[in-house]
Design a protein around this ligand. Sequence first.
Ligand code: 5GP
Ligand code: MG
Ligand code: MG
Length: 191
Amino acid sequence: MSSRPYVIDQMISAKSIAARIEELAREIESEFADTDKLVVVGLLRGSFVFIADLVREVELPLEVDFLEASSYGNSMKPSREVRILKDLRGEIEGRDVLVVEDIIDTGHTMARVVAFLGARNPARLRTICLLDKPARREVDYKASWTGFEIPDKFVVGYGIDFAQRNRNLPFIGSVRFIDEGSSPAGDGCDA
Ligand code: 5GP
Ligand code: MG
Ligand code: MG
């Protein structure tokens, strides 16, 4: 599918992302000011750039861990199976956990991840997503903090891929096929 020619239209600049991360970091600092047991959990792979920038802005003692979840199925099928492909390395029982996600789309992934981690009895479980597409929601889920609400467009950059490419773009852009002016289906098959 990536053989069809496309262009990327910038939606959120690197500068806007950096400014928003500074604001979010201050909110996270006040939420977790009372703890030295914070574990920041990045959802692979899409959140790797976001978590890297976010943790460097947060002036608190913290640990970083990663979880990989994948949703199978396609955009035609509303109920999806979200599988945990890679578990955390560390224990989270009794600890404060901040889950970092790139995009909340239908909400299935975050609902599943929060249930999965919540079952381990963390002291606090909070979530942050860089991007939220509320128009696409199928499962009622709202992150504790959201970077930007965006329209229902397929986006890339800043860690987020299209067929594994474009993760290294420093900004968020939307994909537009040159031939039809259409966008790829946001089926989220690979996180
Ligand atoms: P959800 O379970 O909320 O539908 O899926 C969220 C996941 O779908 C995101 O973590 C991301 O991996 C993928 N996804 C949703 N929207 C987009 C998008 O616009 N572009 C890309 N590359 N992935 C997306
Ligand atoms: Mg993906
Ligand atoms: Mg993801």
